[in-house]
Design a protein around this ligand. Structure first.
Ligand code: RIB
Ligand code: CA
Length: 311
């Protein structure tokens, strides 16, 4: 039985690998891809999402543009990590497939109302603005979402955009607060786990050795993407954040974590966007998220190589 998903994304090299992994996996039916402002502004993320679909040979996948700024704050982008296009590395042709006319938030609401309750999983891998906007506009959809599997947050790994906060949560903390308090089944892939899935020379070579346009593009995406983190952290490889969400859907046994309470800081300027994870159960706050802390990195990259190799 295939699992219906909507990927909400701000491509982003790691977003691209996540989307390719999903499109290469018959277990998943991608109902649509919704672009959000994040790594780069929305006009670029919606184009990048379409470039990735065409790279995968899937111009049939509907791509929607969503919110161009966080719910209540000015947009913060990450060109320093992803380059000015957001998809620096390979040279991908301008997309010819159309952008859907429907707003991403309307697509999310309409799809959740149309599909059987509990049959659609949301996979946000950028700031949570589109998801939160949909929940605000249509509270009835909260009970219809099967699960949210998101990349975001950090606890033991601490922040990457500030000392306290991970980028996706930092950009729109109010949106994250809405999502984490929605009472929806939630699986979180924080930096704690993504930093254990580092791209190594061998992993990148495996993509290049495929000798396919997709393999070459993924190698070029990762080559570009990892240079920033290698310089910052001083070790080989970079965390391949977003594909962890799709890999969870395909092979959850590769991961481990705890069902705990996670709250989002929205008031402090110093720690805004911090995901306060009660990993040790020191509060009486009710658990609301499966917070993933570990991954079998070899198994993760074997899955990636197997699936990407099919495109
Ligand atoms: O902090 C990592 C996250 O921020 C990833 O989703 C990356 O694509 C950026 O959006
Ligand atoms: Ca992303």
């Amino acid at each position: 039985m295939t699992r219906k998903i909507i990927i909400d994304t701000d491509p982003g090299q790691d977003d691209a690998v996540a989307i390719l992994l999903a499109l290469a996996s018959p277990e998943l039916q991608v109902l649509g891809i919704t672009a959000v402002a994040g790594n780069v502004p929305l006009p670029l993320t919606q184009v990048n999402a379409r470039k990735i679909c065409e790279l995968a040979g899937r111009p049939d996948i509907p791509v929607f543009a969503g919110c161009d700024a966080p719910l209540m704050r000015p947009l913060v982008t990450a060109e320093h990590v992803h380059g000015k296009t957001g998809l620096d590395g390979p040279t991908l042709p301008e997309p010819t497939m159309p952008l859907q006319a429907t707003h991403a938030v309307d697509f999310i609401i309409d799809t959740l109302r149309r599909e059987p309750a509990g049959s659609v999983t949301l996979v946000p891998i950028g700031p949570l603005t589109n998801i939160a906007a949909a929940l605000q506009r249509a509270p009835d959809i909260a009970g219809r979402v099967a699960e949210i599997v998101l990349m975001g947050g950090a606890y033991f790994e601490v922040g990457n955009i500030t000392p306290a906060a991970e980028f996706n949560i930092f950009v729109d903390p109010e949106a994250a607060e809405i999502v984490f308090r929605a009472g929806i089944r939630l699986t979180v892939m924080p930096l704690d786990v993504t930093h254990k899935a580092l791209t190594t020379e061998a992993h990148v070579r495996a993509f290049r050795d495929m000798g396919t346009p997709v393999g070459d593009a993924v190698a070029a995406l990762v080559d570009f993407f990892e240079r920033y983190d290698e310089a910052k952290y001083g070790h080989e490889g970079a965390p391949l954040h977003d594909p962890c969400t799709i890999a969870w859907l395909l092979a959850p046994d590769l991961f481990s974590g705890r069902f705990i309470n996670v709250e989002i800081e929205v008031r402090s300027d110093l720690t805004r966007g911090m995901s306060v994870a009660d990993w040790w159960g020191v509060t009486d706050r009710a658990p609301n998220a499966l917070f993933i802390g570990d991954v079998d990195a070899a198994g993760f990259y074997a899955l990636l190589a197997d699936r990407i190799g099919r495109l």
